[in-house]
Design a protein around this ligand. Structure first.
Ligand SMILES: Cc1ncc(COP(=O)(O)O)c(C=O)c1O
Length: 363
């Protein structure tokens, strides 16, 4: 089976084996070693010396934690959105009472650093900027280094959703000045769902000291206190943590740059193959993501039918998300994936496209 959705992603056998390990006392010495090793490896992959916390949650829990640990109700926030997940971050902030100004870009287009600069110039009261690095819904990677540079010029707190990019694409928390970076185990990390991971800078801690949004489960002050003694405040997803450590060890063996290069090669193969079939991607090619490709459904093709035919051949793809439902389908290529996997997906796509009513013959 080829599970090629943008998460959960397939897990290597060593990761699955790690999950079969018996439970241990989460207040004991063995657990402390696992938590500390996992946290240390995460810091290496985040490229940060900042604190990194592992929360029992999906990625959205990490997003919510980022909001409630840094803001007070009424705080002015700039939410840069380029798709479904940027909107979610904006929604979480406004749900907790932040005063959110949205800077929306059309779905499929990247965030423009000049526009972000203008928005920050226009409203000097903005306290924090929220953005998504890799917009999974549109298969687009925003120019994060440039965007971060703008936000830092204005000296704002910067929160980045790196859920579908971290561990797979270049992502430099310290160099780029990211105060809170969030990701989740089921994406490029090759582990099952269940853990959100977030880095928290000294500046984020300063914001935390003033932030009055309600928080209990997500309070990172508690997480910090417990991490210092090798624990989490609440019962953690022990099995997922075993898996995460095994996956990080595999990633460490492969090396960060090799992983980034492999994602580039796989994505290149997907993009070339898609073009060869006469199909187009939603975003401009220079911003096309190396972890997920959003492909426009050609005229005359039914997206659901296409996905169904692919599934019959053992290839599981995702449909379009939110406003893109029916008009795009998505191929996930993050985590445990090779060029050969991409070729299997493409050859199955080639064989089923005509049967899904493609107006265009594959050439
Ligand atoms: C960019 C991005 N942000 C947030 C999320 C939400 O994560 P979760 O579904 O783990 O809560 C996802 C999940 O697909 C994502 O890709």
């Amino acid at each position: 089976m080829q599970l090629r959705i943008p998460g959960p992603t397939p897990c290597p056998p060593r990761v699955l084996e790690a999950m079969t390990r018996q439970m241990i006392n989460h207040r004991g010495k063995d657990f402390a070693e696992i938590l500390q090793s996992t946290t240390g490896l995460l810091q290496r992959f985040f490229n940060t010396k900042n604190d990194v916390y592992i929360l029992t949650a999906s990625g959205t829990g990490g997003m919510e934690a980022a909001v409630v640990n840094t803001l007070s109700p009424g705080d002015p926030v700039l939410a840069v959105t380029t798709g479904y997940f940027g909107e979610r971050l904006a929604t979480i902030a406004s749900t907790y009472g932040a005063q959110v100004t949205r800077l929306d870009f059309p779905w499929g287009q990247p965030a423009d650093p000049h526009a972000v600069s203008k928005a920050l110039q226009k409203d000097p009261s903005i306290k924090a900027v929220f953005m998504v690095h890799n917009e999974t819904s549109t298969g687009l990677t925003n120019p994060l280094a440039q965007l971060c540079q703008v936000v830092k010029e204005f000296d704002k707190l910067l929160v980045v959703d790196g859920i579908s990019s971290m561990g797979s694409l270049e992502f430099k928390v310290d160099e780029w000045g990211i105060d809170v970076a969030i990701t989740a185990s089921q994406k490029g990390w090759m582990a099952p769902p269940g853990l959100a991971m977030a880095s928290f800078s000294p500046r984020a801690w300063e914001a935390h000291a003033r932030a009055t949004m309600p928080r209990f489960y997500w309070d990172l002050a508690l997480a910090k206190r417990f991490l210092d003694k090798g624990q989490t405040p609440f019962t953690p997803a022990v099995s997922t943590l075993y898996a995460m450590l095994a996956a990080l060890e595999l990633m460490d063996e492969e090396g960060q740059q090799s992983i980034i290069d492999r994602h580039q090669r796989v994505a290149d193969a997907v993009r070339q193959g898609v073009k060869r079939l006469g199909l187009s991607l939603l975003p401009p090619e220079e911003f096309a993501s190396n972890t997920v490709s959003a492909v426009l459904v050609p005229q005359g093709v039914d997206a659901k039918q296409l996905q169904g035919l692919m599934a019959q051949q053992g290839v599981i793809l995702s449909g379009g998300q939110g406003a893109l439902e029916g008009s795009t389908f998505r191929i996930g290529h993050l985590g445990w994936v090779t060029v050969e996997d991409a070729q299997i997906v493409l050859s199955v796509l080639e064989s089923v496209l005509p049967r899904a009513g493609s107006a265009r013959e594959a050439s």
